[in-house]
Design a protein around this ligand. Structure first.
Ligand SMILES: Cc1cc2nc3c(=O)[nH]c(=O)nc-3n(C[C@H](O)[C@H](O)[C@H](O)COP(=O)(O)OP(=O)(O)OC[C@H]3O[C@@H](n4cnc5c(N)ncnc54)[C@H](O)[C@@H]3O)c2cc1C
Length: 303
C-alpha cells in the first residue's frame, strides 16, 4: 500500500487541491482512463518542490499531467499521484521585444494568442494543437514544418532530485517528438520563446489557414489523442493505414477515423482495452502488408 495519506496531508498543507480516485477520463481528450489514486492540483513552485520531494521520499510514483491530449490511460487508472499545474504556472509575460516567458500550465492556444497580440511571429504552426505549454515543450510538439524546438530558447525544469535547472540548445536534446525531459524526468515549469517581429493580420491569417487545414483533415468533432503513431521515416502513418484498408475498423467503441486514418477516435464508450486492441491490429496489419513498423506517439499510462 502506498502511503498516500501522508502525501495528501503534505500537499494540502502546501496549498494544493487534492482529490482521491479522480477519473482520468475527465482529464484526457480521448475521454478514456480509470481513476488516479491521488489527483493533485499544484499552484506554486514551492508546492511543486514539496510534492516532488515527498513523492521521492515516500516512493510514490508521480505523473505530470498537461492537457491530457497525448495520453491513453489504462482502464484501471493510475497508481500513485497525478499532478496538474495551475495558479502561478499560468503566468505569461513579454521580455524585451521578441521574447515570451510562459508558465507551463498556459495552453498552447493562449501562448499563440499572446504572440499574436504582441505581433510576434513563429508560433503560428502550433495553433490548433490542444496542448499545455509544458506538454508541448516535453513532447516537442509540431505541425506544418514547425516544432516547439524552433521557438524555444530555454526551458526551466524541476528535476526529481529537487534541483532547478535551465536547459537550452543542445542540452534540450530535441528531436522528433523527443526531449531531454523524457530521459531525466524533469517537470517543465516554464519556457522562454524567442520569436520575430511580425504583422498581426498576417499572423492571424496564417493561424486561420493552419486551423482550416486541420478542420478539413482531422476528426476534431470526436474525442481522440491526435495522431496515434509517430511518422515512420519516409512514410506517413495515416497513408499506410488507409492503404491497408483499415479506415473505419472498430474494436468496441474505438475506431480508426474515416476522416484521417492516423487518428483513432472514441466513437462512444471506448475503453483503453479497446484502443490497445485496435492499435495492435493496426500495427500487425501495416507490418504484414507494407513491412513498416508503427511506433506509438501516444503515451500509455497505467498498467
Ligand atoms: C485533435 C488533436 C490534434 C493534435 N495535433 C497535434 C499536432 O499537430 N502536433 C503534435 O505534436 N501533437 C498533436 N497532438 C498531440 C498533443 O496535443 C501533443 O502531444 C501535446 O504536446 C501534448 O500536450 P499535453 O499538455 O496535452 O500533454 P499530456 O498529453 O498531458 O502529456 C503528454 C506527456 O507530456 C508530459 N508532460 C505534460 N506536462 C508536462 C510538464 N509540465 N513537465 C514535464 N512533462 C510534462 C506528460 O507527463 C506526458 O508524458 C494532437 C492531439 C489532439 C487531441
Amino acid at each position: 500500500m502506498l502511503p498516500l495519506e501522508e502525501l495528501e496531508r503534505a500537499a494540502v498543507a502546501a496549498g494544493c487541491l487534492t482529490v482521491r480516485e479522480e477519473p482520468m477520463s475527465r482529464h484526457t481528450t480521448f475521454r478514456i482512463g480509470g481513476p488516479a489514486d491521488l489527483f493533485v492540483t499544484v499552484c506554486s513552485a514551492e508546492a511543486l518542490e514539496l510534492l516532488v520531494k515527498e513523492t521521492q521520499r515516500l516512493q510514490i510514483p508521480l505523473f505530470l499531467l498537461g492537457k491530457g491530449s497525448n495520453l491513453l490511460v489504462s482502464d484501471s487508472g493510475v497508481r500513485g499521484c497525478v499532478a496538474c499545474l495551475s495558479g502561478d504556472f499560468h503566468e505569461i509575460s513579454l521580455s524585451g521585444e521578441t521574447e515570451i516567458i510562459c508558465g507551463s500550465a498556459v495552453s498552447l492556444a493562449g501562448l499563440c494568442n499572446f504572440a499574436k497580440k504582441y505581433e510576434l511571429t513563429g508560433l503560428e504552426f502550433a495553433w490548433g494543437i490542444p496542448a499545455s505549454v509544458g506538454g508541448a515543450a516535453y513532447m516537442n510538439a509540431g505541425a506544418y514544418n514547425g516544432e516547439m524546438s524552433s521557438v524555444i530558447q530555454s526551458v526551466h525544469a524541476l528535476l526529481p532530485d529537487g534541483s532547478h535547472k535551465v536547459f537550452s540548445g543542445e542540452s534540450l536534446q530535441y528531436g522528433y517528438r523527443h526531449s531531454v525531459f523524457m530521459e531525466n524526468g524533469g517537470v517543465v515549469t516554464r519556457i522562454v520563446c524567442r520569436l520575430f517581429k511580425g504583422n498581426r493580420d498576417a499572423i492571424a491569417l496564417l493561424m486561420e489557414d493552419y486551423y482550416t487545414r486541420r478542420k478539413e483533415k482531422q476528426p476534431l468533432n470526436k474525442p481522440s489523442a491526435g495522431s496515434v503513431f509517430k511518422r515512420p521515416e519516409g512514410h506517413f502513418a495515416g497513408a499506410l493505414i488507409e492503404q491497408c484498408g483499415l479506415k473505419g475498423l472498430r474494436v468496441g467503441g474505438a475506431m480508426v477515423s474515416e476522416k484521417h486514418a492516423g487518428f483513432i477516435v472514441n466513437a462512444g464508450g471506448a475503453t483503453c482495452a479497446d484502443v490497445n486492441a485496435l492499435i495492435e491490429k493496426i500495427q500487425e496489419t501495416v507490418l504484414r502488408e507494407t513491412g513498416v513498423s508503427l511506433e506509438c506517439e501516444v503515451k500509455r499510462i497505467g498498467e
